[in-house]
Ligand binder design. Structure first.
Ligand code: SAM
Length: 283
């Protein structure tokens, strides 16, 4: 009888039988180490009975870990071969489990079947890790916690503090939704095929965005614009958005931000105050 989790032999057997040839474009690297899966599930802090959404279940490594912890799982998978097999894998390993799969690009998912999930737990496809994470935080208010495995460098960026070398657009946008913390490193050797980079876990805990009269979109526009020209002062970087350097400078001063700083010094609340000034800008 199969064990609770997938090991190297079964990963290879499943992939061979399905004719899966993992593609880089879809970030297909499958975890074949039960110890790693259990670490991820523990780091996620999920509880029995909790409704969890997983992005990219692949062959089911993490899915089975979540089900072993007693979670109810809805998984979104873009690859029809993998999406077609996972229900069978779950039935074999965890026949009593509460599980369903949605065949879709995660970026296109606007609603999920069943109870709203309160946690997102995933080993994200690397190419779309940040957009998928931000999209799910934006679309699914019910998500209170997130635990994702991403490439280590992306983990650094997501959890970076203002002023640090890796601080940038993903850091500010993640901070709009949540408190973000970089957690364990994960060796590339737990994957098949072995990727070129190591991974790390990132834990997010949702909290309210900073109080502001600006919309989320306006704030993100200011963030994108400020970081599009990283080396420029805010006054110069935002001059186009505000119509001129003079107006940008006024707006920054009104927001209590020194116009000679670069965007990498500002926290999300600063960007929100700058975005409020967009309404007042002429035109
Ligand atoms: N969860 C599995 C594991 O830990 O072994 C697989 C993780 S693998 C890094 C990423 C998975 O995401 C693959 O199964 C891939 O097919 C799927 N995927 C890639 N892009 C996707 C997208 N845009 N939407 C949903 N799933 C996607």
């Amino acid at each position: 009888t199969p064990g609770a989790l997938l090991g190297p032999a079964e990963i290879r057997e499943l992939a061979g039988r399905l004719g899966v040839r993992p593609t880089k474009t879809l970030g297909q690297n499958f975890v074949h180490d039960g110890g790693t899966v259990r670490k991820i599930v523990r780091a996620a802090g999920v509880e029995p009975g909790q409704r969890v959404v997983e992005i990219g279940p692949g062959l089911g490594s993490l899915t089975l870990g979540l089900l072993e912890a007693g979670c109810s799982v809805v998984a979104v998978e873009i690859d029809p071969v993998l999406a077609g097999e996972i229900t069978e894998t779950v039935r074999r390993h965890a026949p009593q489990a509460d599980f369903e799969v949605v065949l879709s690009d995660a970026l296109d998912v606007t609603e999920l079947p069943g109870e709203p999930p309160t946690a997102l737990v995933a080993n994200l496809p690397y190419n779309v890790a940040v957009p998928v994470l931000l999209t799910f935080l934006e679309r699914f208010d019910s998500l209170a916690t997130v635990l994702v495995m991403v490439q280590a460098e992306v983990a650094d960026r997501l959890a970076a503090e203002p002023g640090s070398r890796t601080y940038g657009i993903p850091s500010v946008k993640a901070a709009w939704y949540a408190d973000t913390r970089r957690s364990l490193n994960v060796s590339r050797n737990v994957f098949w095929p072995v990727p070129n980079v190591d991974s790390a876990l990132v834990a997010l805990e949702r909290r309210d965005p900073p109080p502001t009269t600006a919309t989320r979109r306006e704030v993100f526009t200011v963030v994108d614009t400020a970081f599009a020209q990283r080396r420029k002062t805010l006054r110069a970087a935002l001059s186009g958005l505000f119509g001129s350097g003079v107006v940008a400078e006024e707006a920054l001063r009104a927001a209590g931000v020194d116009p000679s700083l670069r965007g990498e010094r500002l926290g999300v609340a600063d960007f929100a105050r700058i975005a409020e000034q967009l309404h007042r800008a002429p035109g």
